[in-house]
Design a protein. Structure first.
Length: 283
């Protein structure tokens, strides 16, 4: 049954590919999308490798965040979207309303620090929640690649992968301590950084069927995010989406390949600072 369905879907995909015409080719202004990948400012520690972000609530860091927001505001976004479950939009609406009314103090989270602050700076009516955190289909065991690694004698290989990823995160943490917020964001939104981040998912996908399934669910999550962005987009919109940097590669790729958006150069809308030079950090 599943094989037959895949065959039907393949034929449907070919039909759509030949019949769908991008909005830009129909003479309509395609929405623009600026993807701002960020470290998780509040250090939730939920990733395989976690960087340690300096406290962004200090007066100095707050000035740096405000400089980033001012520069992004110059892009004149018509919508701001954030990494917040789409089915919890009402809760985000209440937080945003409370912030604008002076009843809520921004947390360290990047949704607050950049998303809410930017939307309020622009006088937007809402901040759009576009994330999806539901359970993928199938049993948990179908995605349990750590268990597969342990059962198939590849524990040392996986441990080495985790150590290498954490070493990279630790090096980034050290650099973030001696550079401004704008510099963190400029580095994490380069093409090279996004490509290197994406490569780790191929390592996970090599860990048997559970690894491939897990990475497939990661792709599906990003496609759901893209679908949420497509639902809110209107002709001529300029959307800034604020997300964990690990999503940057796929959101960029999927937005471009779908033809749904014109993807804007993120670096063109981030402030440059004389202290952005990473080589100035102590060894």
């Amino acid at each position: 049954m599943r094989a037959r369905l895949l065959g039907i879907l393949a034929g449907a995909a070919a039909l759509f590919a030949t019949s769908a015409v991008p909005a830009a080719e129909q003479g309509r202004p395609t929405p623009e999308l600026l993807i701002l990948g960020t470290p998780h400012f509040s250090n939730p520690g939920r990733d395989i490798a976690n960087s340690r972000v300096d406290n962004v609530l200090t007066p100095e860091r707050q000035r740096e965040v405000e400089a980033v927001v001012e520069r992004l505001a110059a892009y004149r976004p018509t919508r701001v979207a954030v990494e917040w479950p789409a089915d919890e939009q009402a809760r985000l609406d209440r937080r945003y309303a409370d912030y604008r009314a002076g009843r809520y103090a921004l947390s360290a989270n990047e949704t607050d620090q950049i998303g809410l602050r930017l939307a309020a700076r622009l006088g937007l009516e809402r901040v759009d929640a576009v994330d999806w955190m539901g359970e993928p289909p199938g049993a948990d065991a179908d995605y349990d690649f750590p268990a597969w690694v342990a059962a198939n004698g590849r524990g040392a290989e996986w441990d080495a992968h985790v150590r290498a990823g954490q070493a990279r995160a630790d090096a980034l943490s050290a650099l973030m301590r001696c550079t401004p917020v704008s510099s963190w964001l400029r580095r994490m939104n380069t093409t090279d950084y996004r490509r290197l981040d994406q490569r780790a998912y191929y390592d996970i996908a090599s860990l048997g069927d559970p690894g491939a399934n897990w990475v497939g669910s990661w792709y599906a999550r990003n496609l759901r995010i893209l679908n949420a962005l497509r639902r809110i987009a209107r002709q001529g919109d300029r959307i800034v989406v604020v997300y964990g940097a690990g999503h940057g590669f796929l959101l960029d790729q999927q937005a471009r390949e779908s033809g749904a958006f014109v993807v804007v150069d993120t670096l063109a809308w981030l402030p440059e600072d004389p202290s952005d030079a990473w080589e100035r950090c102590p060894a």
